[in-house]
Design a protein around this ligand. Structure first.
Ligand SMILES: CC(C)(COP(=O)(O)OP(=O)(O)OC[C@H]1O[C@@H](n2cnc3c(N)ncnc32)[C@H](O)[C@@H]1OP(=O)(O)O)[C@@H](O)C(=O)NCCC(=O)NCCS
Length: 280
């Protein structure tokens, strides 16, 4: 049960955005069945998002026709899973939910990710003031026993990593990769590194929060040779953990192109600064 302040915005008598309840699940999953060519993932995350108390639905005349979630990873703000019922698109409802999110988040930087072919979504987020922060490419790889010269690095300075990315991925949420974040990730055993002289190639790994059999790795800076060694280590780790698949994320600027990887979609990490206080 959510015991936070219950947040609600009215849009005239007939429309409101409110926290989702268990009862809304079936309706939302009903209109999300064919969101993308492969279906949708909302059914896999709904229960977890619901207990976070930051899952919202848009209701008009008693009918649920929109939904979205806000996450707060490491005190950052992340918007995800925005869905408008296919029959109600292009009526400004996505815009209303984005503005609702801002009124909940109130201050600081908001991020979200959109697939580079998803024109409606890109147009919507640009329309409400988001700008591109980084481009990340998704690759797939399979778990496998592999020898590798890379290792887990428990302490690593930013200065030894060439072309370090601005952000890193954690369960499909991108967060800033500043000095503090890198230190924390290193202490947590999340940093994989390969040294060539005084230069390090670096990857950051995690188990997906939403899909426990999925190992994720983000390549955040380094050389082609270094990345290859890190990929082999990741294959080995995922195999030892019993994971079924590996998702690898590489910033497009690194131009990673390893034979170990199967290339998939490009994603845009978008950001917007709210400044200090949102005026209701
Ligand atoms: C993306 C989505 C949430 C947009 O919701 P929406 O309610 O239709 O968006 P809005 O009506 O507020 O549109 C705002 C602006 O976004 C742009 N836009 C929205 N849909 C568009 C489309 N199909 N083609 C081009 N531009 C589009 C337009 O600039 C639009 O302003 P305009 O109508 O005045 O030209 C909706 O299309 C959707 O649910 N898509 C499937 C799920 C998805 O892709 N979610 C986001 C990825 S996580």
């Amino acid at each position: 049960m959510c015991d936070k302040v219950r947040y609600q915005i009215g849009y005239g008598n007939a429309m409101e955005i409110r926290m989702a309840t268990m009862k809304d699940k079936e309706t939302v999953l009903g209109f999300c069945r064919h969101t993308f060519s492969w279906g949708d993932y909302i059914g896999d995350v709904w229960d977890r998002w619901l207990v976070s108390c930051n899952l919202y639905v848009l209701e008009e005349d008693g009918a649920i026709i929109g939904a979205y979630h806000i996450a707060f990873p490491e005190n950052e703000s992340w918007i995800e899973g925005m869905r408008v019922h296919p029959r109600h698109r292009r009526r400004g409802l996505g815009t209303k939910m984005m503005s609702h999110a801002e009124s909940v988040i109130k201050k600081g930087r908001i991020r979200l990710v959109v697939e580079s072919e998803n024109r409606p979504s890109i147009n919507l987020v640009k329309f409400v003031g988001y700008e591109l922060e980084e481009e990340w490419r998704l690759f797939l790889m399979s778990p496998e026993r592999q020898a590798s010269s890379a290792s887990v690095a428990h302490a690593l300075s930013r200065d030894v990593i060439p072309d370090l990315t601005l952000t890193y991925q954690d369960s499909w949420r991108w967060q800033p990769l500043d000095t503090m974040a890198l230190e924390k990730l290193s202490r947590g055993g999340r940093v994989l590194a390969f040294m060539e002289g005084s230069r390090a190639s670096v990857g950051i790994w995690n188990r997906s929060e939403d899909f426990p059999m999925t190992f994720q790795l983000g390549l955040v800076g380094g050389t082609a040779k270094g990345f290859d060694e890190i990929l082999k280590l990741a294959k080995n780790m995922a195999y030892s953990m019993g994971c079924e698949r590996i998702q690898v994320f590489a910033a497009e600027k690194t131009m990673v192109d390893s034979p170990l990887l199967e290339k998939r979609s490009l994603f845009y990490v978008m950001k917007k600064d709210l400044g200090k206080i949102y005026n209701l």
